[in-house]
Design a protein around this ligand. Structure first.
Ligand SMILES: Nc1ncnc2c1ncn2[C@@H]1O[C@H](COP(=O)(O)OP(=O)(O)OP(=O)(O)O)[C@@H](O)[C@H]1O
Length: 279
């Protein structure tokens, strides 16, 4: 066991170009570390490469350069069977709880499936299902129902329970609250934190929403056009960003408090003025 659960070194990822054109580089020179029990927030505008990084960690897309170490082992080029074995350790929660759960399976089947695939008996798997429902604060009778009978927030709780089924050490959370209303977001974010405190799981938390990053992340990485342009402790990066892109990204994030809105407007004006002077 190392204090670096996930370690990525100079990673590059390409997508095939259309027709005969060259591959398109989506990520370049990405290095990062995630410790056990840590949440690293990954922010950036649409198209900056956040999901691509999550997919590379999950082995859903090939690595062009660099490597990804999990608990000290290189997982950048695993065979299918090795990758399947790793799925007990690395899991994912997707953005859309309406499409990520099989609509024809009961919640009990959804939660017990990864356990049965991993070789647990049906009886063990069902007992574990109850623990998982407790963990995400859903009643045991939820197991008999279908996903469509639940609200968006409840469905995301089911998706989190499924991700937790095999007690993973890392979960890639790809915009897991952005399809939810604000009150539900806050509850689901609190659940992520509670689960981390009780299990020590680590999260790579992909989001475009700075209030989400502030709520859950210990540290943050800012991605711009496939490269990390800024990284550090969340409180430092969000209160005193140094890269002009990070400053623009943070200034354009919506804030609820009118006093903060006014402060933001003034900061934006100052930023525009200083960039004008620098040009
Ligand atoms: N399957 C694909 N084939 C070719 N290019 C792709 C593919 N998927 C993504 N890209 C490109 O890779 C870049 C990074 O995309 P990615 O989806 O990782 O960004 P993102 O930051 O997650 O965006 P969003 O917040 O909109 O999901 C973009 O330029 C995108 O157009």
């Amino acid at each position: 066991m190392t204090d670096r659960l996930l370690e990525i070194d100079r990673l590059a990822v390409d997508y095939p170009g259309s027709g005969r054109s060259k591959p398109v580089r989506a990520l370049e020179d990405i290095s990062l570390r995630i410790r056990p029990g840590e949440t690293v927030g990954l922010v950036g505008e649409s198209g900056s490469g956040k999901t691509t990084l999550g997919r590379a960690i999950l082995g859903l897309i090939p690595v062009a350069e660099g490597n990804i170490l999990f608990d000290g082992n290189d997982i950048s080029h695993l065979r299918r069977r090795e990758r399947r074995a790793l799925s007990a350790d690395i899991q994912v929660v997707f953005q859309d709880p309406y499409t990520s759960l099989n609509p024809s399976m009961t919640v009990e089947d959804i939660l017990s499936e990864p356990l049965i695939v991993a070789g647990r008996s049906r009886r063990d798997a069902v007992a574990r299902t109850r623990e998982l429902l407790d963990r995400v604060h859903l009643p045991h009778d939820a197991g008999r129902r279908l996903p469509r009978e639940f609200s968006g927030g409840q469905r995301q709780r089911i998706a989190i329970a499924r991700a937790m089924a095999l007690s993973p050490r890392l979960i890639v959370c790809d915009e897991p609250v952005s399809a939810l209303d604000l009150t539900t977001q806050a509850r689901v974010l609190a659940l992520f934190t509670e689960i981390q405190e009780s299990t020590g799981v680590s999260y790579l938390f992909i989001t475009h929403d700075l209030s989400v990053v502030r709520a859950v992340s210990h540290s943050v990485l800012v991605l711009y056009r496939g490269k990390i342009v800024e990284s550090g402790r969340t409180a430092v990066v969000t209160s005193a960003p140094t890269h002009p892109y990070t400053r623009r990204l943070f200034m354009s994030a919506p804030v609820a408090d009118p006093e903060r809105q006014k402060e933001r407007r003034l900061q934006r004006l100052a930023l525009t003025a200083s960039e004008g002077t620098a040009a």
